[in-house]
Design a protein. Structure first.
Length: 154
């Protein structure tokens, strides 16, 4: 019985190495996918916070964009609000253009059956994955959107 046992041990000497070589790439892709999803979730939360900051800032009386006012002053106030969102994201190492931020200070929603005017800020951000798109994620970059609505204080 001993010779048969030795022969089986000798035949299975490299199986652990082969199994590891087969499983290691899959484990690596799984790890990269987990890291990617964690980063996407974190960046989505940061976008939500930036939109919230922009909407809060937009509701202040000093930042009211008057419909009948000067067009240049309106553009400056709008740029001021968008820049606030852009700077918030820059602190978190997320770079966006001002055109990726939309501000609507005349957004209405019902509160106790009466319409309330609010500021709605939407931020969009396109994020590419860690690996080349053709390897893991064939659908292209992921577009994340953060949105917040605050009641106007004016």
């Amino acid at each position: 019985m001993r010779p048969v046992h030795r022969r089986l041990q000798h035949q299975q000497r490299g199986t652990a190495l082969i199994e590891m070589a087969l499983v290691l790439p899959l484990l690596t892709l799984l790890l990269i996918g987990i890291i990617n999803m964690g980063l996407v979730i974190r960046e989505h939360q940061v976008l939500q916070n930036a939109a919230r900051e922009g909407a809060r800032y937009s509701t202040l009386q000093a930042n009211r964009i008057d419909e009948a006012g000067d067009a240049t002053a309106q553009a400056l106030l709008l740029t001021k609000i968008k820049t606030r969102v852009q700077r918030y994201l820059a602190q978190e190492r997320i770079t966006i253009a001002l055109s990726d931020v939309t501000v609507d200070q005349n957004y209405t929603y019902p509160v106790n059956a009466s319409p309330v005017t609010a500021s709605k800020v939407t931020v969009s951000y396109s994020r590419s994955m860690m690996l080349p798109q053709s390897w893991v994620w064939p659908f292209g970059p992921v577009t994340l959107t953060g949105q917040a609505v605050f009641r106007n204080l004016y």
